[in-house]
Design a protein around this ligand. Structure first.
Ligand SMILES: CCCCCCCC/C=C\C/C=C/C(=O)SCCNC(=O)CCNC(=O)[C@H](O)C(C)(C)COP(=O)(O)OP(=O)(O)OC[C@H]1O[C@@H](n2cnc3c(N)ncnc32)[C@H](O)[C@@H]1OP(=O)(O)O
Length: 727
């Protein structure tokens, strides 16, 4: 709802819809009603619009989207027009955030004043839509086309100070000031001043003459940064109309753009992503604990064991979260190198103004270099980040168990290894868990936390809480080889080399993936992270080309199909970007260049095996790359390794750069339709048989299709649970 009050001659309309003052239908009804009251009251000379509690309205109520209530009048645009039309000065008093429809209301006001700490922005593009309450027409009239294109097409939140420098905010109230009082005084001081030019629909766009040039520039940038997404492009087209058409016609173009986007699968995927991102923090470890009941332990200190690339990143994340951070290397040279890197990184963040001087000083003084395990006996949490080797990890956990106080939680940053086996090296398996960071750990937002068979509720709650304190998208999963992310990714890479064998070169596969929306294709990613990583894993499994006894068929490992092309590359020193050659060649930059030498390796291999390359469609490439991931995702759900499909999707968006506008592998399957996905998987399974087990259809997927067709993604788990409880 909204509240109406008077301070002498000034009417105050305060939105009161906790937690974020979203502009739900009941709020909109109150706003229009109170604007009429204020307009009609001859004792009112000015009107202040503000938010109660944490914030100014942060936008439309996202829960209402794709429901008929979002279109029910009064709409946000009706309120914007009422604010602008008012014969009395209207002033938006912004604290917290004024976002989306919230900022559009503020743009309808004649004046805007804001706390220096507040944020403003039109982030609708991140929900796959556009600012549909006049924002695409008003913002360019205030801050110019160039800035408006940037703000709307990328959807960032901006400090109010930046808004003030561009003319969007008329007055800034310093930290600690009283925004409502300042707004009342300000509104009163504006009474009697002409409102004509304060009504933004009357104003023209300052840099309208540059519209074509700006359009070309922003379309190019958007194409590179948000590949394959529709909303940024539609946003730009609609903003363009603000420079070319009247306000009224521009508004019509905005309405049409909004209708197109609301009807797209992209906006549904983006809105799903918005809520999924928040949903993963409501974790559940079935039979052990959940977010609502389990209490985290207070963690004041963290020790990071191993200062390689991962350990350094984890230590920086720990320092950023304000923890006293012990950094451990038994070798003094390795310790010095790690500490130097971490200290240098903090200084760089300070220079780039990413952190303040005080924060930098606090982080520097929280680093405690240690060269023996005895030095970390009293820490609350240890995160081990050494070489990915079970024997070494078990040795370390055994030692840590002996020296650390009984309450210390011991976590491993393993990306694939069995957490229960690691825990078995200790006498405190209830205090052992996995914390799988993604490289570089101080930059990547994903944290995949793993609970073991014996992890306690408190241990799980603590690692989830630490993830939140590190500001990571923290997803809880169960224990299995590769957990969720890498278990699924394994089949993505397997299938990619089968496609090379049969039909395509690396650049053709990668193009299909970048056209779909990935920033990089699978082979470019391989080169970037190092092809030797996969080679080491295959060596550990004893399946590389070199490890086979004479006479082993090149394309088989037991009954399983195998393709050794990745082994050949590594054995020829083509480790990837770091050596200037891998699946591509690199000539002094990170730009991948298709390499005739790689084609030669593939061609010779095909000739040796009498494989005649066939034509392959982009559709087939995409299905073969993505459907094994989806199939494995369903197997992960049916095993209970992930509690919900959105857990998998968030892991893929934040850990593997899955394009947000398609939601993630599981949401994408829902968009395509589960019956269609299953049909393709079954065809491959029929053709490949037991030699390619990743095509064996998941029983959960099969059951859902046979019994429910394509149920809403929110119903997959409830339907399965109901079914299981009956059988
Ligand atoms: C025929 C159809 C015609 C349709 C006509 C449509 C009319 C369109 C008119 C105008 C277009 C305007 C569109 C919009 O305004 S879209 C919304 C734009 N705003 C946003 O995208 C902001 C979203 N919110 C955030 O980014 C963040 O919440 C934050 C930065 C404001 C605060 O972050 P934080 O402190 O981390 O809090 P949480 O994110 O955890 O949020 C707390 C809680 O609140 C819920 N919530 C937040 N924003 C909204 C919202 N806009 N609507 C509904 N709910 C919201 C959030 O989900 C959390 O809920 P919880 O998990 O249950 O606790």
């Amino acid at each position: 709802m909204a509240l109406y009050s008077r301070e002498d001659d000034v009417a105050i309309i305060a939105v009161n819809n906790p937690p974020m003052n979203a502009l739900s239908h009941h709020v909109r009804k109150d706003l229009i009603k109170f604007l009429k009251v204020a307009e009609a009251d001859e004792n009112v000379t000015a009107i202040v619009l503000c938010g109660d509690g944490r914030t100014f309205p942060v936008g439309a109520d996202i829960k209402e989207f794709h429901k008929s209530v979002s279109a029910l009048g009064p709409t946000i645009i009706d309120i914007v027009h009422a604010l602008e039309k008012s014969s009395k000065p209207t002033v938006a008093a912004i604290h917290g955030s004024a976002l989306g429809g919230g900022l559009e209301l503020a743009l309808g006001c004649h004046y805007r004043i804001a706390m220096s700490t507040s944020k403003v922005g039109l982030p609708e593009v991140k929900l796959g839509i556009l600012p549909g309450a006049g924002g695409t027409q008003r913002l360019p009239r205030v801050i110019g086309l160039d800035n408006a294109m940037k703000w709307i097409a990328y959807g960032h939140h901006h400090p109010a100070g930046v808004g003030a420098s561009l003319g969007l905010i008329d007055r800034i109230v310093a930290k600690g000031g009283d925004i409502r009082r300042s707004a009342i005084l300000f509104a009163r001081s504006m009474v009697g001043k002409g409102l004509g030019q304060r009504r933004l629909s009357n104003v023209s766009v300052p840099d309208a003459s540059k519209v074509e040039e700006l359009m070309a520039k922003h379309l190019k940038e958007v194409g590179l940064r948000t590949r394959g997404a529709l909303a940024p492009v539609v946003c730009l087209q609609v903003i363009k109309s603000s420079a070319l058409l009247s306000y009224k016609d521009g508004l019509e173009s905005e309405r049409q753009g909004m209708m197109t986007l609301l009807a797209s699968s992209e906006s549904k995927a983006q809105i799903y992503s918005f809520f999924s991102e928040r949903q993963v923090s409501k974790w559940n470890a079935p039979g052990i604990a959940n977010h609502a009941t389990a209490k985290p332990m207070q963690v004041r200190s963290i020790a990071v064991v191993g200062l390689g690339t991962m350990g350094r990143g984890i230590a920086i994340s720990s320092l950023k979260a304000g923890k006293k951070t012990y950094v451990v290397e038994l070798n003094s040279k390795a310790l010095a190198a790690g500490v130097k890197y971490i200290r240098g990184y903090i200084e760089t963040m300070k220079k780039r103004a990413q952190i303040s001087e005080e924060q930098a000083a606090a982080m520097q003084s929280a680093i405690i270099p240690v060269s023996s395990y005895n030095g970390i006996a009293n820490v609350d949490l240890v995160i081990e980040a050494v070489f990915e080797n079970m024997k070494i990890k078990k040795e370390i956990f055994g030692k840590l168990d002996k020296v650390c106080k009984p309450s210390t939680i011991l976590a491993s940053n393993t990306s694939t290894l069995d957490i229960d086996e690691i825990a078995s090296a200790t006498k405190r398996p209830e205090k052992v868990a996995g914390m799988h960071f993604f490289a570089p750990a101080h930059i990547m937002l994903l944290l995949e936390n793993i609970y073991g068979r014996k992890s306690s509720a408190e241990t799980i709650a603590t690692i989830m809480d630490i993830g939140k304190q590190m500001k990571k998208i923290t997803v809880l999963v169960g224990n299995c080889v590769g957990f969720v992310g890498n278990r699924m990714y394994g089949y993505y890479t397997t299938e990619s080399v089968f496609i090379l064998e049969e039909a395509a070169y690396p650049e053709q596969v990668d193009k299909v993936l970048t056209d779909y929306g990935f920033a990089m294709g699978r082979f470019q990613v391989g080169d970037l992270s190092g092809n030797d990583i996969g080679y080491k894993i295959r060596t550990g499994l004893g399946i590389t080309h070199k490890q086979q006894p004479a006479g082993t068929p090149e394309r088989k490992r037991g009954v399983l199909r195998y393709c050794p092309l990745g082994d050949f590359l590594v054995e020829k020193g083509r480790l990837g970007l770091k050596v200037g050659k891998g699946w591509y060649k690199y000539e002094g930059s990170r730009t991948p260049i298709p390499d005739p030498e790689v084609r030669k390796i593939i061609d010779e291999y095909r000739t040796r095996h009498h494989i005649v390359p066939r034509d392959i469609s982009s559709e087939e490439v995409l299905q073969r790359m993505l459907y094994p991931l989806i199939n494995e995702g369903f197997k992960i759900l049916e095993e209970g390794i992930a509690a919900n499909p959105w857990d998998i999707d968030m892991i893929y968006q934040y850990g593997y750069a899955w394009p947000r506008h398609t939601g993630g592998p599981m949401y994408y399957a829902f968009t395509i339709g589960l019956p269609q996905v299953l049909k393709v998987i079954e065809e491959h399974w029929k053709a490949a048989g037991a030699s390619e087990p990743h095509w064996q259809p998941s029983t959960m997927l099969t059951w859902l299709v046979e019994n429910h067709g394509n149920p809403d993604i929110s119903q997959w788990m409830p339907l399965m649970q109901k079914h299981k409880s009956k059988t």
